[in-house]
Design a protein around this ligand. Structure first.
Ligand code: NDP
Length: 297
């Protein structure tokens, strides 16, 4: 069997084109969605991510404000900035790039963000809304992107057994909650596996959909899936590759070559879940702007 490739790059492009149109209409009505990204310190990877998010927002017609603070910034100063952004009517989405320097408590900062502007979906209020099935919740971008990929490529999770490998707060757990929702894109039977799971293959072989969010190459191999499975690879791992100018290449958690021989559909890395995460950040910002306008009357 040769797999259909689920291209996150193409689906993300489609979503971003739709958002461009939606934002143009909102701007005509006088609403310019605004996203603030906050970076503390000069970590190269974080700077790259924040830059990509800011550029994507600007390309969509979203007002983008990038705030970069020195690594020595105090928790008090960062909390004061969050308070300012919470009260700024031009800003509808606030994203604080993690990790933060050691003198700052990540949890305290996430808790300070107005849940209605929490476009990352990490605030405990939004985690609770997601767990209780609130249809209007701002859901975390990566798992929300996975649901969009499934639905837009014709894989309806309803009634299927989805096995998620990984239980992190940013991917695995919200992924499980989204797949469990009594809503389109949900209604799956969900199993969550992790590093203490005994005989992972015995569990993944029972899955109609496998979602790998581990952070380790080749965690899912051909012998661990059943024929016809749909595989979504969230993993982003650097492996040495002297043939590349950079000296490395990026791979997922799934043995793509082997698994694509038996899967009916599979996502590549790169070009899979990654571009969807950014598209969903833009979608969350637009949704937040519309809801905040409605709440303001
Ligand atoms: P975490 O390290 O927070 O979580 C990894 C999870 O995998 C943990 O639950 C861990 O179990 C589990 N795990 C580790 N080893 C195994 C194993 N051998 N068998 C089964 N489970 C295992 O990672 P994240 O959730 O933050 O990210 C996962 C991957 O997704 C990373 O590669 C990350 O870079 C990528 N990612 C990609 C994004 C994108 O946009 N494409 C966005 C976010 C993440 P335990 O809980 O027991 O430790």
């Amino acid at each position: 069997m040769s797999s259909k490739i689920i291209s996150g790059k193409d689906i993300a492009r489609e979503i971003r084109d739709e958002l461009n149109e939606q934002v143009a209409e909102l701007r005509e009505e006088g609403l310019v969605p605004g996203l603030a990204t906050v970076l503390v310190g000069d970590d190269a990877a974080s700077r790259l991510y924040v830059g990509m998010k800011g550029r994507a927002a600007a390309e969509a017609g979203i007002h983008s404000r990038q705030v970069t603070l020195p690594a020595s910034t105090s928790e008090e100063d960062l909390l004061a900035l969050i308070d300012e952004l919470n009260n700024d009517p031009e800003i509808h989405g606030i994203l604080v790039q993690l990790p933060l320097p050691p003198q700052i408590d990540d949890a305290k900062v996430l808790l300070a963000i107005n849940p209605d502007k929490d476009v990352d979906g990490f605030h405990p209020v939004n985690v609770g809304r997601l767990a209780t099935g609130d249809p209007d919740v701002l859901a975390p971008c990566t798992p929300r992107g996975v649901i969009e990929m499934l639905v837009r490529s014709g894989v309806d999770p309803s009634g299927k057994h989805a096995v998620i490998v990984g239980r992190s707060n940013i991917v695995g757990k919200p992924m499980a909650l989204l797949l469990l929702r009594k809503a389109p894109g949900g209604n799956a039977t969900v199993t969550v596996a992790h590093s203490r799971t005994g005989d992972l293959g015995a569990i993944t072989r029972t899955a109609d959909i496998v979602i790998a969010a581990v952070g380790w190459p080749n965690t899912i191999t051909k012998d661990m899936v059943k024929p016809g499975v749909t595989v979504i690879d969230v993993g982003t791992n650097r492996v040495d590759d002297p043939t590349r100018p950079r000296g490395y290449r990026v791979v997922g958690d799934v043995d793509f070559e082997g698994v694509s021989e038996v899967a009916s559909a599979i996502t590549p890395v790169p070009g899979g879940v990654g571009p969807m995460t950014i598209a969903m950040l833009l979608a969350n910002t637009v949704e937040a702007a519309i809801r905040l306008r409605k709440a303001a009357g």
